[in-house]
Design a protein. Sequence first.
Lengths: 327, 327
Amino acid sequence: MLALVNGPPPRVVRDHPRPHRGPGDARIRVRLAGVCDTDLQLAAGYMGFRGVLGHELVGEVVESAGAWAIGTRVVADINAGCGACEDCRARGGHHCATRTVLGILGRDGALAEELVMPERCLVPVPDALCDERAVFAEPLAAALHVLDALDALDAPDAADRGRAGPVVVLGDGKLGLLVVHALRSAGLAVRLVGHHEDKLALGRALGATSVLEHELGPHPERARAVVEATGSPGGLALALRLLEPRGTLVLKTTTAGPASADLAPIVVHELRVVGSRCGDIARAVATLATGAVDPSALVAARYPLARADEALAHAARRGVLKVLVEP
Amino acid sequence: MLALVNGPPPRVVRDHPRPHRGPGDARIRVRLAGVCDTDLQLAAGYMGFRGVLGHELVGEVVESAGAWAIGTRVVADINAGCGACEDCRARGGHHCATRTVLGILGRDGALAEELVMPERCLVPVPDALCDERAVFAEPLAAALHVLDALDALDAPDAADRGRAGPVVVLGDGKLGLLVVHALRSAGLAVRLVGHHEDKLALGRALGATSVLEHELGPHPERARAVVEATGSPGGLALALRLLEPRGTLVLKTTTAGPASADLAPIVVHELRVVGSRCGDIARAVATLATGAVDPSALVAARYPLARADEALAHAARRGVLKVLVEP
């Protein structure tokens, strides 16, 4: 089958073996896939991943042990845990020590004609939810997961939240804008900081206030909570500069290299920093299905799978939002 | 009066003006002071502090508006907030935006014959608590404050704590060992990681298990919670390597320069990192007074104030624990 394979040789669309379907797995024909910044990081060497890229998709089940599934349109939790350990049993397996992760760790991904995932990772897509929105389920789940981090870390001061001012989102890229969607869908005030006036305008259309990063000035207003979604190693230092004492930083960015930052503010201001990765796909589907979040304005371009390498190059250009790929 | 003044010219013990006593301030004759790694960092440029170093002390009130105080032996909360802002009113002023901090920020410190502090920052020392233990009140308060961070961040999984294994303390220096004291006084299991067999033995005497850092091996056992008290920019990377998914890292180290580390594990493993600075001095005095913590084994040397520069040089030597200075 055709697939975008991450090196070596350098990533190319080429013929690649169809993935093996094991017990409990479903085979899914990809209908539409999305390019994520993580794909660009993986292409730059992050995680040392070799295989088919891509982990944002909507597809159709074509083979499965469960008769219910055949022909069903689905999205997938990309973490395939062992199914037996405590993390898998109690918390969904996102931290299972032996998990594979679609298109990221030990499992061929979605920039292909087909993929396989354990059937238990699949979430059916309601008929009313079109492919072009459903394909956002995975990144929206990650964005909604920011709310879990804020809930957990803000708990002692939850009563303060009303007067705590807006949550600041750093980064007006596709993830940052999905985080704005997620926070706004929960009724939180949001201030979006970015580099692109046209993308800040997308945030404002969702009810956020916005500011260009270079206009923050030397003494910017401090925030109770900051979400770092810049995709850049420099985002951390800016986030630390924007936080009130005892404030909360939710980190979303993973990059291929080390970050260098003066971390003394974490100690001096007793900040709380929490990493946030994947979220609950079923919640994302429900949020999309009700129309509480409509990310279709984020779509920048569509490419056929045969040109998926061009899709990645397009997604890597400065200021480009979501690039989709159709097999 | 004689005082150890932090540059320029390079730090020297010299004659220095007696500090001005403002309204609400008490003048304190220093009886005994301690050298902290933060003093060494300040001497290396951290915070750009210029003035008298030192923030660990026990002293005697010699002038004060409050008649109760004169002649009283005291220790002090080193954060002198404005007394009026919300942080000062609700949370003790450790994060007051206009605070001064004894020997660290805008206020001459304790490596001197005298200092002044707001009377409200003072905590009387019971007669039964000798100077050599009372001088540990400030660093012990900071060590006990680690318990607050663990309480706040572990709350969702508090029921798991019993089977979560030991809290790992990184750093067998004076702060690390005080953290071991603090955690053990709260009944927690502790594993101490350090570089010095003789100091690890001090931790074992408190009931901790211990391991030399170079014996951790490539796949060390993961911990639910790690306290980073190495005083070194490299401590963070090691801490991240030792944490279980969703684990908690309490950061105590502040250094003069930036730290470089691969922060992706914070996101991938959804770690929680919390900075922890100063604690509750009254709690520390109570803990010392009951004998629940006896840090006197940490004293490595005593110097007269006239040789406080030598005291700092001694404290900076690899493996040296607490150095005390007497005016």
